[in-house]
Design a protein around this ligand. Sequence first.
Ligand code: ADP
Length: 158
Amino acid sequence: MKALYPGSFDPLTLGHLDLIKRGCELFGEVLIAVIENPSKTPTFTLDKRINQITHSTHGINGAHVCSYKGLTVDCAKQNNADLILRGLRAMSDFEYELQIAHTNRSLNERLETIFLATSARHSFLSSSVVKEVARFGGKVNHMVPKIVANDLKMLYAN
Ligand code: ADP
């Protein structure tokens, strides 16, 4: 089965990576779909985010990367995905995730969303928390893949 894992990944964290690995073990294939949202200016460019993911998922069997604009359900259809994969960290994620899942199902009722609970050790991680720590010179090596830690260091060097 092919799972579509959509998100901003701005940047990829070890929490995302953990979900990708577990998704590949469960479903065989995970297509990480990076959202190119023209109305939001990301911290990292689309190319940079794709590069970070490609490097970090090297060696994970079944992990692939793509980008998309527009509707997630359209991206899923174009790529023949069987399901949408999303992660749940805490109750605070739940309401938002449930709303998106219902919306997507109202657009395509055959496309199910499957949620995986975060590994406990990654449950505090979010892209924005990681950026906040890096901005003020804190260590992020235990939060993000090496390539992302380097990119963050360069970004906030000045
Ligand atoms: P979005 O902007 O679509 O929320 P994110 O990149 O923030 O994109 O998250 C993509 C998906 O990854 C979401 O389902 C989110 O719940 C999940 N996720 C985010 N952080 C973690 C984490 N630390 N562990 C597991 N899943 C996570």
